[in-house]
Design a protein around this ligand. Structure first.
Ligand code: NOJ
Length: 536
């Protein structure tokens, strides 16, 4: 039998925004349990996903939405407790849904007992669990490294008169992974959650765990446009991240995850193709995949997509699993970036490509970014260097379950505002509409789940490279041959594919009956229309 990650669809839940059951305006674990049937109840009326990834639920001061962990073995009380977590894992597994936890490797909260101990004195036994350096002359930071969230990556600790390193907010001090005690303690953290039944981890900010041991300055980035680009991009991060130790750590984590027969590790990197390959190679047991965020960056053009996908496919060994991501809690929503019609097309692409697709909660409804008024902003990134519009709140707003006062998310005003369109764009309304975004997602996922070609078949692109507007590819295995034809343009397109006869499985408009026969040698696609076809 194939391991689950060879044929599942993963759904990312941002727990704060999924479903509130205790009336505090913030989502919680009991809410996720309540909505599990929506994700997969074994029938085609549910979404049909095979795994869920929970953004951090550890106890946390929530400076960075839980990516500032205060206790690695406790659930934040806003979300629930360990008993509720255990129940969530049991209930998810009962429905055939795997559970992936976020593993925040690079840093902890500044309120974490380890950091409190480390900063208490230079002689603290935990001092070296974090990264401390003396000031350069004149009290300046030890080097020029920058924090992703703005300003220097160093904060001066007045009591012990040294700087500590934080690649993100000052409230997120970086752990020192060169210290074997840190590695051992974090190994225990992984084991703790594996023992509680989780099926894998998404490793946060993995490249940051390995920095230059000589703390050399990062060189300037010649293509930086001062005043236009995020200041973090003013340097090339040659020394502050991405050292070669990343691969050896991944290898060790893969071994830990292997305690579970089909355990999985997904690491958070945002890298071009040329660099993804080496991370795939990091794990001998092929349990690891580096996130592929490239589709979120490419210009919306069939030729760009085709070139990327072809090269990505060609770069992987047969055991490596491709993966595709269209949205997450750090990026503008796909429907906002591309528009509703193109977002539907991208859904068909995501769910018909080879490998592991990741869906960000609400993208299956076509949810869009929400303009958050300045006095309701929650992501500190917005107000610390807000002029670059870096805040991530717009893509983190409450899930839209129905058209009631608070969209069925909560009984009270939620922690972030709702999308203006929530009364028409919600689970209840879209479930009744045979042409909705949600119906498209459900249809595609269920087709995928039961299709050997889509789950284990090969990928082969069709049409000449010069074709700018239409992306077409075949997914094939001995049992089945499927065609995917996607019109990226906003006008009608005619294509000719070398097959005399095919039947419709579905189209992005869901307005052509299943089974209708078409001639792929003369296929006319409406603007932003996609076809999933079976070769007869
Ligand atoms: C990446 C996470 O996705 C993001 O939300 C977080 O702020 C940083 N890592 C720091 O943990």
């Amino acid at each position: 039998m194939q391991p689950w990650h060879r044929n599942a669809v993963v759904y990312q839940i941002y727990p704060r925004s999924f479903k509130d059951t205790n009336g505090d305006g913030i989502g919680d674990l009991a809410g996720i349990i309540k909505q599990l049937d929506y994700l997969n109840d074994g029938t085609e009326t549910s979404l049909g996903i095979g795994a869920l990834w929970l953004s951090p639920i550890y106890r946390s001061p929530m400076v960075d939405g839980g990516y500032d962990v205060l206790d690695h073995s406790a659930i934040d009380p806003r979300f629930g407790d360990l008993a509720t977590f255990d129940q969530l894992v049991t209930e998810a597994h009962r429905r055939g849904i795997k559970v992936i936890m976020d593993f925040v490797a690079n840093h902890t909260s500044h309120e974490h007992p380890w950091f409190l101990e480390a900063r208490s004195s230079r002689d603290s036994p935990k001092r070296d669990w974090y990264i401390w350096r003396d000031p350069k002359s004149a009290g300046l930071p030890p080097n020029n490294w920058l924090s992703v969230f703005g300003g220097p990556a160093w904060t001066f600790d007045a009591k012990t008169r040294q700087y500590y390193l934080h690649s993100f907010f000052p409230e997120q001090p970086d752990l020192n992974w060169r210290n074997p005690e840190v590695e051992a303690r974090m190994r225990e953290v992984m084991r703790f959650w594996l023992d509680r039944g989780v099926d894998g981890f998404r490793v946060d900010a993995v490249l940051f765990v390995a920095k230059d041991s000589r703390f050399r300055d990062d060189p300037p980035n010649p293509s930086y446009r001062a005043g236009k680009d995020d200041p973090f991009l003013s340097l090339r991060h040659m020394y502050s991240l991405g050292g070669k130790e990343v691969t050896s750590l991944l290898e060790k984590w893969c071994e830990i995850v292997a305690a579970k027969d089909d355990g999985l590790l997904v690491s958070e990197v945002d890298l071009p193709l040329s660099e993804l390959r080496s991370l795939y190679c990091a794990c001998a047991n092929h349990r690891h995949l580096p996130f592929n965020f490239n589709l979120m960056r490419l210009p919306w053009s069939a030729s760009w997509y085709r070139t990327f996908i072809d090269h990505y496919e060609a770069s992987l060994s047969p055991e490596d699993l491709p993966n595709y991501v269209l949205g997450n809690h750090d990026r503008p929503r796909v429907a906002t970036r591309l528009g509703q019609s193109a977002a539907r097309l991208s859904a068909m692409l995501l769910l018909t490509l080879r490998g592991l697709p990741f869906i960000y909660y609400g993208d299956e409804l076509g949810m869009e970014d929400v303009m958050v008024p300045p006095d309701e902003v929650k992501d500190p990134w917005e107000f610390r260097i807000g002029r670059f519009g870096t805040g991530r709140d717009p893509a983190r707003t409450p899930m839209q379950w129905d058209g009631s006062r608070w969209a069925g998310f909560s009984q009270v005003k939620p922690w972030l505002p709702l999308e203006v369109e929530y009364q028409k764009r919600n689970v209840a309304a879209e479930s009744r509409d045979p042409h909705s975004f949600l119906t498209l997602y459900r249809t595609l996922i269920h087709v995928r789940n039961s299709s050997p070609a889509l789950t284990i078949g090969t990928y082969r692109s069709l049409l000449p490279r010069s074709e700018r507007n239409v992306l077409a590819f075949a997914r094939e295995c001995p049992a089945e041959k499927l065609l995917v034809v996607l019109n990226f343009s906003s006008h009608e397109e005619m294509v000719s594919l070398g097959y005399p006869k095919a039947s419709v499985i579905c189209t992005t408009g869901l307005d052509i009956p299943r089974g209708e026969v078409v001639d792929p040698r003369k296929l006319t696609l409406r603007p932003s229309e996609g076809y999933l076809l079976r070769i007869e």
